[in-house]
Design a protein around this ligand. Structure first.
Ligand code: HEC
Ligand code: HEC
Length: 369
């Protein structure tokens, strides 16, 4: 049954099933749908670690994707190669740290429980590890937006001295000496050539497939059967009034850079200004998505807040007057913040829990095989 559930995700089905279910979903009853999905998955008689047809499907409640898929078409073998690389410590200097060590599926591909990420030799980074999630929709990466192109992204953690501390050339040399990788590259790209571009594109293919769109909230807004309680629906309305200016659309972020009044700490992280060198960007960070937020504590760019209650308390009472604080938070005659009663804060938290997507955190094809 577990297998069927995972195959019923629209991101992994034979093409004709995707098309058929897209049409039928609009008109059919829930029961009819599940019969259809089960019969589709029954026709896929393969194991989950060798899927037949990996493709990126755009959920109907999401905006269009930004990644240029034409330049890196996702194939099943490219995805499998990318997944193997993502979970392989060979990408680090001493073989111990894989991408998956700081991006763990069970916590929506974050480093659960770590405020700052721990890398090689247990060295401490300076930021909290964000989820690898819905990257095809992101215009820029990192808390400060320092990288624009996902296909160039993976060099950064590999060469970062406190993350994987390895040189890309060494990684490629190690892969070239491995018969397993020569064969995986040949399957994915048609020849054994292990180049920088193929390596990076394969990693992108895996990460692009890390799509989270199966939460109870998604099922509710797409009319796929889930219901939200009255409190959760109230929480949703409050969230869109009080938080939706920044955590907007069904991706729950507008990807802009803002300052939300976190107290400045030493060592000071100037955020977006590290990239733009502009005064008005000091202390601004990319608005993070709040999808799967119940699974990704601790919170904020440096993981300083441990709980969702703590986050709500920050917005209500904890904000400081920082140089570039967002005008949204300015209130007449009192400190910056968002007006909310205890009950309203609680309702928002209950709504945030509807964004937990356990299909995403347990989907077998995304896990280490
Ligand atoms: C030592 C822990 C660690 C390792 C290992 C690591 N990451 Fe990360 N990752 C982080 C941290 C911390 C950030 C945020 C850094 C920042 O914003 O400055 C990040 C950010 C990212 C992002 C950006 C997400 C976003 O929304 O902006 C992606 C994508 C990503 N990592 C993928 C990878 C890949 C691929 C690898 C392996 C090649 C990898 N990471 C290895 C800790 C790690
Ligand atoms: C004016 C824009 C803005 C508004 C309004 C806003 N946020 Fe944020 N939010 C941000 C920014 C920017 C960050 C990241 C700040 C940082 O780490 O420095 C953030 C971070 C968060 C985080 C941490 C996410 C993570 O992955 O660490 C949560 C949770 C959150 N906000 C929830 C809310 C809630 C709930 C509301 C409404 C009560 C709200 N936000 C209103 C801009 C905003």
């Amino acid at each position: 049954m577990k297998t069927k559930l995972q195959y019923s995700s629209l991101t992994l089905m034979p093409a004709q099933c995707v098309r058929a279910s897209a049409v039928v979903l609009r008109v059919c009853t829930l029961i009819l749908c599940s019969v259809l999905l089960v019969s589709c998955s029954d026709s896929v008689q393969n194991t989950l670690d060798t899927p037949t047809d990996v493709r990126l499907a755009v959920p109907s409640n999401f905006p269009p994707i930004r990644y240029n898929l034409a330049a890196n078409q996702i194939s099943t073998d490219g995805f499998i190669l990318g997944r193997t690389l993502f979970y392989d410590g060979t990408l680090s200097r001493d073989g111990t740290v894989s991408c998956g060590s700081c991006h763990q599926q069970s916590s929506a591909f974050t480093h659960h429980g770590h405020d700052l990420s721990h890398g090689i030799d247990d060295k401490l980074g300076n930021r909290n590890s964000p989820p690898v999630m819905n990257l095809a929709w992101q215009p820029h990466f990192f808390w400060d937006g320092g990288v624009h192109d996902l296909d160039l992204f993976s060099i950064a953690p590999i060469e970062n001295p406190v993350e994987m501390d390895e040189k890309l050339d060494n990684v490629l040399a190690k892969l070239r000496s491995s018969p397993k990788y020569r064969s995986l590259f040949a399957k994915a790209f048609g020849s054994e050539d292990i180049s920088t571009s193929r390596f990076l594109k394969a990693l992108s293919q895996f990460m692009l497939m890390c799509v989270s769109s199966q939460s109870r909230y998604d099922s509710f807004v797409r009319h796929e059967g889930a219901v939200l309680s009255e409190r959760e629906r109230l929480g949703r309305t409050l969230f869109s009034q009080k938080c939706g200016a920044c955590h907007s659309t069904d991706l729950f972020t507008d990807f802009s850079f803002r300052n939300n009044g976190l107290e400045q700490r030493t060592p000071f992280d100037s955020g977006r200004a590290r990239i733009t060198l502009q005064h008005e960007d000091i202390g601004k960070f990319k608005v993070p998505s709040v999808r799967n937020i119940a699974l990704t504590a601790p919170y904020m760019h440096d993981g300083r807040i441990r709980t969702l209650e703590g986050v709500l308390n920050h917005y209500r009472f904890g904000m400081k007057v920082t140089p570039n604080i967002d005008s949204f938070f300015i209130r007449q005659g009192k400190n910056p913040g968002i007006d909310m009663t205890d009950n309203e804060a609680q309702l928002i938290i209950e709504f945030l829990h509807t964004l937990t997507d356990t299909d995403f955190t347990t989907r077998r094809i995304l896990s280490e095989q």
